[in-house]
Design a binder for this molecule. Sequence first.
Ligand SMILES: Cc1ncc(COP(=O)(O)O)c(C=O)c1O
Length: 424
Amino acid sequence: MATVIREPVPEYRFSRRALVQPSAIRELLRDASVPGMISLAGGMPQAQLFDIEGLREATLEAFRQVPRQALQYGPTEGQESLQRALAAHLSQRAIRVSPGSIQVTTGSQQALDLIARAFLDEGDRVALEVPTYLAAVQAFDLRGAQYLEIPAAADGAAVDTLEAALAADRLNPVPKLAYIVSNFGNPGGASLSVERRLALLRWAVARGVFLLEDDPYGDLRFRGHAPPPLWVLAQRMPGAAAWCGYVSSLSKIVAPGLRIGWMVLPPRVANTVTRIKQALDLHTSSLAQEIAARYLLSGKLERRLDAVRRTYAAQCDALCAALHDRLHDEITFSVPDGGMFLWCRFRECVDTAVLLAHAREHGVIFVPGAVFYPRGGDPATLRLSFSTCSADELREGVRRLKLALCSYRERAIATIVPVSKRCP
Ligand SMILES: Cc1ncc(COP(=O)(O)O)c(C=O)c1O
C-alpha cells in the first residue's frame, strides 16, 4: 500500500489586505447548482435572454473585418471601435461624450477597483448608501477604506443626513470618495430621486468629495421615467463636472462573460486611472471589445432590451404578487421599477441568516440582508432576485420560503433562546 506523506500546511505570510472576506453571494452560488433548488439569491442576468445569434454574428464579423487587431495588444483606454459604439449608446441616456473620453474596463468591477486605487489610502473614508453592492465594499476594503454610511430611503440614499453624520463624527476625516448606485440599487432596488441627486452633487462639490455613479441597471427600467444620470446633472451644475464620474457595464444588458465595463471621468482622474490600469492588465481583451463594438453597432441591443425589460417586469410582478399572497402579514417591500432585485424586511424579528438554513432544506435560497452592510446590518432583511427564475419558479420559491419560515419559528420555539433575543 502506498504511504501517504502529509506535507505541512505552508505558513504563507499573506498581506493583511489579502484576507478580504469571501463574498457571501459567491458561496451561495454553489447551493444554486443543487438539483431542484430555487435560487432567489443570484445577481445574474437570465442566460436564456442572451442574444447568442447576435453575438455569434458579431464575433464572426470581428474575425472577418479586424482579425489581427482583435487578437493584438490594444490601447489601455480601449479599442476605438468600442469607444465609438459606447458613445452612441450613452447618448441615448443623454450622456454626450466624445469616444476618446470613455475608459473601457474589464467589467465595471475593475472600474470600481481602479477608482479605489486612484483615491484611497489606508484609513480613507468612502461615503456610501447602506445596504450597498457587496463587491464594491470588497474593492474599497482592499485599499483599507473606512465608511461613512448613508441610510437607504424609499427614494434612494438619504443624502440629507450626510452633514449631520459628518458633524457627529468629527474625529474622522471627510470622505474622499462617495459611491452610489443611482438606479435600482443592488440590493435595495431603489433609485435616487432627482432632488436627492442634486443634493448629493452639491454636497460633493462643497466638500471636495469625488462622486462615483455606478449605473449597471439603468437600462433595465420597465416602469416610469428615468431621472437624469448624476453625470448629466453634474455637467449643468457649476463646478460639479470635475467631481463626478460615471461607471456602467454590458454585463446586465448583453452578457457578463464579455467582461466589458466603462467609465467616463474628468480628465485628470481619467489620466490617473488609465496609468493604474496599464500597470494592472495593460488593457481589456481586444477580442471582447471588437465583438461588443460590432454587437452594439448592429442595433440588435435595443430589440433585445425590450424583451429583457418585459421578462423582468413580468417576473418582478409574479414575485411581488406571490409575496403579497403568502407573506403579506410577515414581510414589507417596495415594488421596484426596474433592475433585478427586491429588498424585503420581516415585520417581526426574524434572523434571515438563520432562516436561510431552513430555506435551503426546503429547496430555496436568498441572500440575508446583513451581508450588504460594511459594518453589519439589519438581520431581518433579505434580497430576492427575480431575474433568473420563471414566474412559476418564483411562486414556488415563495411557497417554500413560507414553509422555511414556519420551520424557523417551530425551531425557535423549541430552543431556549427566544428568536427576539437574537435581534437588536
Ligand atoms: C452595482 C453593481 N456594480 C458593479 C457590478 C459589477 O459588474 P460587472 O463587473 O460584471 O460589470 C455589479 C454586479 O453585480 C453590480 O451589481
